[in-house]
Design a protein around this ligand. Sequence first.
Ligand code: 5GP
Length: 179
Amino acid sequence: MERIFGRPIVTQEEMRARIRELGRQITADYAGKDLILVGVLKGAYAFYADLARAIRIPMRVDFIIVTSYNSKTRTSGKVKIVADLTEDIRGRDVLLVEDIVDSGLTVQYLVKTLAKRKPRSIKVCTLLSKPERRKVDAQVDYVGFKIPNKYVVGYGLDYQQKYRNLPYLAVLDTVEEPV
Ligand code: 5GP
């Protein structure tokens, strides 16, 4: 695909290598457990598909759709479940798969909400993390890449619902980050 946003900040090759490592780590950590890999849509779809195939143990797959940002890039500070899981997570080992942890509000809300359903364990794997922007102390157990305070698109992440299909991660310079 044409590089419409200049140099990628994470290339396809770097992504592939890091996801392989995460897959190996998760495979070792969850051996013998009842893993259910929960993708947080839409943003995590690309990462999820690659991560799931890098995990080499039997596991269940499920998805949850949440909205936390409006159609621009401003946060409302509120998180809403738009479509819930279809599987029962009681007694199972849940691993939430996120695209990016920014303020931490989405992850904090999801962990709190899903914990009420009594899983045996609940952990969080995110492709990206912006530690500088954290507003709450969100639980993050596996991180693909720590990135600076920039608005990124591609590899599942959007700007106004577009650019999710870029096969690499790029900075969208024209977008102002919300405070
Ligand atoms: P949080 O609740 O941690 O503030 O935000 C998480 C959500 O904000 C992510 O799932 C993602 O949808 C959105 N987000 C935060 N930073 C970025 C970014 O740099 N680019 C894009 N496309 N979305 C972001």
